[in-house]
Write a new protein. Structure first.
Length: 421
């Protein structure tokens, strides 16, 4: 029996014959870069302006020379030779040179020629200065227009960056034109936006899918617990355990709903409708009224009309979360919550003020972090799931507004939400 041949070791995969990177220009010095374009542009403008200025000066000089060729005096022949001059007052008209001293006559002629030359030079200088001023104005206007045309892609990049800063990651620059530094910058910026959008979309999809998947078992648990609690023959111990598990399940459901809302509110609101903050605040107060009465917390305030463009459900969640926190984190007795809505400087303002424990100013920022509470790192009480203020900040940002908090003198907080009208 012939021996079995030893299999050959696996060979390495062939190397790719193409370079995935951007193709390099074999003549990089021929690339129409911004530096070369600006050099050619402003060098050409300087050359054209110089040619125009030299041409104008040449024409003015030719005109001055032709004017200077006019005879200073005329010698009229005949029986009596006479000299006439319209330019030289020192030479009397119709005066024979024999009646003049020759030195005085020559001096008068020289002075007249010098005067004519000086006038021609002064005229040439004044007109040249006017021509230079006119060319300077034209050059500045043309240079300003050309600079705006060259730098127009930067304005497009800036506008796209501002749109992206408003949470609109779908915007792209898509700059057309020569393959210069600005196009390279725009393409790099577009690639970065593409990666950021994929990352944010994947994160939001994960949170949304996880929240949806967790809803079903929680709903099943709640149904089973409610069925067992409805049995009158169940022992008291099981009844107490069922109520505890039902409260825990309800807390988990609130957490899942908060995560889902937080994932949705991170996106900018696309479909906007008129929403009155006064109506939103009134509905939020109606939902918290029973809890406030149980805790003996008074709710008061003035609700002036303040209409904004946004999502009514998310805006109602802002007011509801703020009022709920104001009621739950309040004084044991004699506490109050004040809710006001108004328009200030073209913006809609919702202010929620409450009594309560003294809050240090350095801990204000921690209140807006997810799962963070005052003086605690993670949630650990039955007052909420620790997402209320995080959702409020996220929804406010999605509507183009912001929320600010400050400690109230005597204890409690003042929450101020500002939204564009």
């Amino acid at each position: 029996m012939a021996p079995t041949p030893t299999p050959a070791p696996p060979q390495a995969p062939p190397k790719p014959t193409w370079d995935p990177r951007r193709a390099q220009n074999p003549l990089p010095w021929l690339r129409p870069t911004i530096r070369i374009r600006l050099t050619l542009l402003y060098g050409g403008m300087f050359l054209i302006a110089g040619i125009l200025l030299l041409s104008i000066i040449y024409l003015l000089a030719a005109q001055a020379v032709s004017t200077g060729n006019t005879p200073v005096f005329k010698i009229e022949g005949g029986d009596n030779i006479s000299v006439s001059s319209a330019l030289c007052p020192a030479v009397d008209a119709n005066t024979a040179p024999t009646n003049l001293k020759l030195d005085d006559f020559n001096a008068a002629i020289s002075a007249c020629i010098d005067d004519q030359r000086q006038r021609a030079l002064d005229t040439l200088l004044s007109r040249s200065l006017l021509a230079l001023l006119g060319l300077a104005v034209i050059a500045f206007a043309f240079g300003y227009a050309m600079a705006g045309r060259v730098l127009a892609p930067l304005g497009r990049i800036t506008r796209t960056a501002r749109a992206v800063a408003g949470s609109d990651l779908s915007r792209r620059i898509e700059l057309d034109g020569p393959d210069d530094e600005l196009k390279e910058l725009a393409d790099t910026f577009d690639d970065m936006l593409e990666r950021l959008q994929r990352a944010f979309t994947a994160q939001q999809r994960f949170v949304g899918n996880a929240s949806h998947e967790l809803r079903t078992p929680l709903a099943i648990n709640r149904t089973l617990l409610e069925v067992h609690l409805s049995d009158p023959g169940a022992p008291a111990e099981l009844q107490q355990l069922g109520r505890t598990l039902l409260a825990t399940n309800e807390r988990s459901e609130q957490l899942v709903e908060g995560l889902l809302l937080l994932a949705r509110s991170d996106n900018q609101i696309v479909e906007r409708k008129p929403v009155d903050l006064a109506e939103v605040a009134s509905q939020a107060i109606d939902q918290v009224r029973s809890e406030a009465d149980a805790k003996k917390v008074e709710i008061r305030g003035e609700w002036a009309p303040a209409v904004v463009q946004g999502n009514g459900v998310l805006l109602e969640r802002i007011a509801l979360n703020l009022v709920q926190n104001a009621v739950r984190y309040n004084m044991p007795e004699g506490g109050w919550v004040e809710v006001t809505t108004e328009l200030q400087h073209g913006q809609a303002v919702l202010v929620v003020t409450n009594t309560g424990p003294v809050v240090p100013a350095y801990e204000i920022d921690n209140l807006f972090e997810p799962f963070r509470r005052l003086r605690t790192e993670r949630t650990g009480s039955d007052k909420g799931v620790g997402l209320g203020l995080s959702i409020v900040r996220s929804v406010a940002r999605a509507h183009g507004g912001h929320i600010a908090a400050r400690p109230r003198e005597g204890g409690g907080l003042v929450m101020r939400v500002t939204l564009p009208v």
